[in-house]
Design a protein around this ligand. Structure first.
Ligand SMILES: [Cu+2]
Length: 111
């Protein structure tokens, strides 16, 4: 009886870290970046691989979030419009607004 109980307890302890790791990986987060006052806010964000970012344009003029190196683009967002991008690869990704190229910001995807 005692042996059985010990084995069950050990199995539970062994399984828990793996279960937690798998659950953590499966839950991708969604982050928010606002575009307002001719700026991306926050200007730099660190996310996990597989996470998404939703960009919302709060300005009256159109903006984009254009990631040349990652080959991703929100396209032109009018006031109040949103677009989400998912980051599958780790790395540092600088981006800009294609309408106003002086608007620049950075997404860091942690490995
Ligand atoms: Cu712009």
């Amino acid at each position: 009886m005692t042996t059985m109980t010990r084995r069950s307890t050990l199995a539970l302890f062994a399984a828990t870290p793996l279960a937690l790791a798998l659950a953590g990986r499966a839950q991708a987060a969604t982050h928010a970046i606002a575009i307002e006052g001719m700026a991306f806010s926050p200007a730099e964000i660190t996310i996990a691989r597989g996470d998404s970012i939703t960009f919302t344009n709060n300005d009256s003029m159109p903006h984009t979030a254009t990631f040349r190196s990652a080959g991703m683009d929100t396209g032109r967002l009018s006031q109040g419009q949103t677009a989400s991008l998912t980051f599958a690869n780790a790395g540092t990704f600088d981006y800009f607004c294609a309408v106003h190229p002086s608007m620049r910001a950075r997404v860091i995807v942690a490995g």
